[in-house]
Design a protein around this ligand. Structure first.
Ligand code: PTJ
Length: 244
């Protein structure tokens, strides 16, 4: 790994970049993941590289939606595993939601590496794709697991863009995402979009889930009732415009 001194003004961003590079080295993240990460970095710069108010509201709603779910599932790809594997494992335990490997750039070898990586971080169970197919998709993300994403009512899908979010919504599921780009297809189509870096959003989401677990489900329902994703996305877009 490159030695990044703490005095470097961009130390956090550079260390996050190292994590992705390391993920590629370990065979967890795909080489394309580096490009996806660069896109994320650019948007992070534009939102001031901090968790803004719109993200805090979405994080609270995401926590409430995961706790209200009857059968939640967490979709894990190469980038999310490399950047927030430990937190995803913790969320799985806290929200009682299975982790399921689901990647765009097809590779059985990488799927198995992600699974073992998550086990190494303490996961008790990791579902693999293949015994069910999500309708309306022609690419690798259509393969899922019937015990996880396929039969879930709420799916947490951090860091992806494309048409799976739409397909998940069409099959009657609620979708929660983390995406630094408020204009991406996934960000636009999800029920809840956390426009923030996964490295900041995941610890905040874990904290929120722990807090909300102390409250009653009527409180969780009120959070969802008052939440409007369109407004959150508009706030994110105006934040980007103002920071010019
Ligand atoms: O492991 P695989 O094969 O499933 O591939 C994973 C990637 C991420 C490469 C794949 O899903 C992909 O190509 O994604 P996209 O279409 O580039 O979309 C990724 C989205 O995540 C973009 O909208 C980025 O802005 C956003 N993003 C990237 N890094 C971060 C991020 N959002 C939050 N935090 C980040 N660190």
């Amino acid at each position: 790994m490159t030695n990044i001194p703490s005095s470097h003004p961009r130390a956090i961003s550079l260390r996050t970049r190292e994590k992705i590079a390391e993920g590629v080295g370990k065979g967890i993240a795909s080489i394309h993941g580096l490009i996806a990460h660069g896109r994320g970095e650019a948007f992070d710069y534009l939102i001031g590289e901090k968790t803004q108010h719109f993200a805090e509201k979405a994080i609270k709603a995401a926590a409430a939606m995961l706790l209200l779910a009857k059968k939640p599932a967490i979709s894990v790809n190469g980038n999310s595993a490399a950047l927030a594997g430990k937190e995803l494992v913790r969320l799985s335990k806290l929200a009682n939601a299975p982790l399921e490997v689901n990647i765009f750039h097809a590779s059985r070898k990488r799927e198995l590496k992600i699974k073992n990586f998550l086990f190494g971080l303490g996961a008790k169970e990791v579902l693999m794709p293949g015994n069910a197919v999500l309708k309306g998709l022609d690419h690798n993300r259509r393969y899922c697991n019937k015990e996880g994403i396929f039969s879930a009512d709420v799916v947490f899908v951090p860091l992806e863009d494309g048409n799976r979010c739409e397909a998940l919504r069409k099959s009657g599921k609620k979708v929660v995402t983390i995406d630094l780009n408020p204009l991406s297809r996934t960000a636009q189509k999800a029920d809840i979009t956390i426009v923030d870096n996964i490295t900041r959003a995941m610890p905040a989401l874990l904290k929120e889930v722990k807090q909300l677990k102390k409250k009653k489900d009527a409180h969780w329902k009120n959070i969802i009732k008052d939440y409007k994703n369109k407004d959150i996305l508009s706030e994110a877009i105006s934040c980007i415009r103002k920071l010019r």
